[in-house]
Ligand binder design. Structure first.
Ligand SMILES: Nc1ncnc2c1ncn2[C@@H]1O[C@H](COP(=O)(O)OP(=O)(O)OP(=O)(O)O)[C@@H](O)[C@H]1O
Ligand SMILES: [Mg+2]
Length: 503
């Protein structure tokens, strides 16, 4: 008998169906992948199970017994634990406070929070994920994104009285994790499985799903498409079930070689916490940036975008001296930036799509203000949305109502609407589905074909090798090598990132 079974789950938002009769059965002691492209309905299904969203119809059974879940408390009491896709943390609070967010803190004499016990309990919870490098008393905001995610994940594993956890539901937990951190999480998931608990797991990283999950259920456009054992399906078949067509697992080839003009030229540029770097990006070129987590990639991009001030060195953009004091300066000069944490850094989620797409252009390029009538504004937003294959009801829809992957596409639409000369991309394909990944690669090719220069920082090494012309390797805040992408393979690139010399 399945541990959890869902049948006939439907949900419409304002008349638009998000789920149209989904079925799902998770057995005991299994890691079950829930797969589907951006906007398929995965998070909606999970929120229904968590008692966060009310379904229109749903039959939920736990070990055969019909269950009603109309609040998060109730889901918790039934032994269900959730890590949702959206960040739900308070950066100003400590790690320990965030772990226990929304739960009873240990108290002393009934009223005062017992901080010592709270920190001890937090340390113990982190310990379950093998995390010892994070002090529970630190403020969460001071941690790297990966560490913040680990803290969030660990909150699902709080040891507690009451109903023991039987099912852990994780909605894209690894989107902000590096390989090592993700491996640590998988080890914990396997341990949980060994104790008989089950895991429902959402990820767009197929290799991870193939390696870690036992079963998979695929949904498309709010309907269940298929379910079965991971061992019985190939990677390619899984992809075609998800997106309803076959994709060539290849990076689109460049249509032309980079041109001779230089778009960006950087000489002895001082970056925060690093050493001076020098490099060029030519028109039509993709310069990849490789490196281990926190090797300086992010600060480099932020310096180029004027988000961090550069303390020395020179930059030239199409030959002109370029020294942005803030992101608006950089925008004006023709530089677009797609930050890694798109939802928090790149969007105003309470506002409609069209405002998010056109707003930076209205404020950065005052001469546009007169040109941008509401009709043009709407058309620009719709055009850019189509370019990135945005799945939305229309340009007036609020960004908050979009699926996670589609929110990211809004950031792309916004970046492209400015017709930049240089595009800075920080992990552009994190959290996007396989189909959308290829759309993004095609967009990058389209940008370079038009003579744009692209800087692509990515931890996905095949992606760097497949898309970049040259790859700059960063280590401890410095560029240690610049190699032609054609002449390198994954293994050598890894070795360069670690600073291991190869023959
Ligand atoms: N609050 C809401 N209001 C209106 N529409 C919504 C709302 N939440 C979700 N939707 C819509 O429901 C559909 C399913 O979204 P959902 O977030 O479940 O997708 P997903 O499979 O999790 O995608 P992703 O992989 O991008 O996270 C989308 O079309 C989305 O726009
Ligand atoms: Mg989602």
């Amino acid at each position: 008998m399945p541990l959890l079974s869902l049948a006939n789950v439907t949900k419409a938002y304002g008349g638009v169906p998000a789920l149209r009769g989904v079925e799902l059965a998770v057995g005991p002691g299994e890691i079950h992948a829930l797969m589907g492209e951006n906007g398929a309905g995965k998070s909606t299904l999970i929120k229904i199970l968590a008692g966060v969203v009310a379904p229109d119809t749903a039959e939920i059974r736990l070990e055969g017994t019909p269950a009603r879940i109309d609040s998060p408390r109730q889901a918790h009491r039934l032994g269900l634990r959730f890590i949702h896709q959206e960040f739900n943390v308070v950066p100003a609070l400590s790690v320990a406070e965030n772990i226990f967010l929304g739960r009873a803190y240990p108290r002393r004499a009934g009223a005062f929070v017992d901080w010592r016990r709270l920190n001890l309990a937090a340390r113990e919870t982190l310990g379950k994920l093998g995390i010892t490098h994070i002090d529970p008393s630190w403020s969460l905001g001071s941690l790297t994104l990966g560490d913040q995610m680990l803290v969030r994940i660990s909150s699902a594993f709080i040891g507690e009285e009451g109903a023991p956890a039987r099912l852990y539901v994780l909605d894209e937990p690894t989107a902000a994790l590096n390989r090592g951190e993700a491996e640590r999480l998988f080890t914990v998931l396997r341990e949980l499985r060994a104790t008989g608990a089950s895991v429902l797991y959402v990820s767009h990283r197929l290799d991870e799903v193939m390696a870690t999950c036992d079963m998979a259920t695929v949904i498309r456009d709010g309907r269940s498409v298929d379910t079965g054992k991971i061992a019985d399906i190939t990677h390619d078949d899984l992809v075609s079930l998800m997106i309803g067509r076959r994709v060539e697992e290849a990076y689109p080839p460049a249509t032309a070689a980079p041109r001779s003009e230089t778009v960006l030229s950087v000489t002895h540029l001082a970056i925060r916490g690093g050493r001076p770097v020098s490099f060029d990006v030519r028109a039509g070129e993709v310069l990849g940036i490789a490196g281990l987590e926190n090797a300086g990639q992010r600060n480099l991009l932020r310096t180029l975008f004027g988000d961090l001030n550069c303390a020395g060195g020179t930059m030239r953009l199409t030959g002109q001296p370029f020294r942005p004091r803030n992101p608006t300066d950089a925008w004006r000069a023709g530089v677009s930036y797609i930050p890694r944490e798109r939802r928090s850094e790149g969007l105003i989620v309470s506002r409609p799509i069209f405002e998010n797409v056109t707003l930076p252009h209205l404020s950065a390029q005052s001469r546009w203000r007169a040109l941008l009538t509401p009709r043009r504004e709407m058309r620009l937003a719709a055009e850019q949305g189509q370019r990135v294959r945005l799945k939305a009801a229309g340009p007036r829809q609020r960004v908050r109502e979009l699926s996670g992957g589609n929110q990211q596409k809004v950031v792309f639409a916004k970046a492209l609407a400015g017709q930049p000369r240089l595009m800075l991309l920080d992990e552009p394909t994190r959290g996007v589905d396989v189909g959308a990944k290829f759309d993004i690669y095609a967009l990058i090719r389209e940008m370079t074909a038009r003579g744009m220069g692209v800087v692509l920082a990515s931890s996905d090494l095949p992606e760097l090798i497949g898309m970049a012309d040259r790859i700059a390797v960063m280590r401890e805040g410095a560029i240690t090598d610049i190699v032609a992408a054609e002449e390198i393979d994954e293994e050598r690139l890894v070795n360069l990132c670690y600073g291991r010399v190869t023959g």
